[in-house]
Design a protein. Structure first.
Length: 165
């Protein structure tokens, strides 16, 4: 007989199914996705609502299940500039899990949004109870951060090149 603690709730099943659909998790097996799903939760945001504000304490990361978010960065003049748009499958806030530093940008909902989140506490519990899955998750997040960093570096190089001429 299957152990009851192995059974997923409806919400956890929905989470697992969403994770399966994301390329980020394509190397995770069903068991690992089940473990991840048990450590994540949903938040619902309305249009115009902020997921977080630049400078806030970073204590979770999220994946967009449904909706559209905009990432805003304050300019030297204090105005918000849209630096990215996020839709289904996008992730945000990965750095917060790694370095727990304040948010480097603000994120606002452009339409009602459903997010799947992993808090720092949930992440710590994940690495304690399932170190292998935790390490695999960290590797994926690190790759994602590295990719974002390379993209940002090349954008910056383009900007500098265009302004120097």
């Amino acid at each position: 007989m299957k152990n009851d603690k192995d059974k997923l709730s409806d919400s956890e099943e929905k989470t697992r199914d969403f994770l399966i659909s994301m390329p980020l998790f394509d190397s995770f097996n069903v068991e690992e996705l089940k473990i991840l799903a048990k450590h994540m939760s949903y938040i619902q945001l309305q249009r115009g609502e902020f997921l977080f504000v630049e400078g806030d304490k970073g204590d979770f990361m999220g994946f967009v299940v449904q909706g559209i978010l905009e990432v805003l960065k304050k300019s030297a003049l204090g105005e918000n500039i849209i630096i990215a748009r996020l839709a289904r499958g996008s992730s945000i806030g990965e750095m917060a899990l790694i370095d727990k530093s304040p948010r480097s940008a603000s994120v606002v909902c452009r339409q009602a949004t459903l997010m799947l989140t992993l808090t720092s506490k949930g992440f710590d519990r994940l690495t304690e109870t399932s170190p292998t899955t935790g390490v695999k998750f960290i590797q994926k997040i690190s790759r994602l951060l590295s990719l974002n960093m390379r993209r940002t570096s090349s954008k910056l190089a383009d900007l500098l090149h265009n302004h120097s001429g």
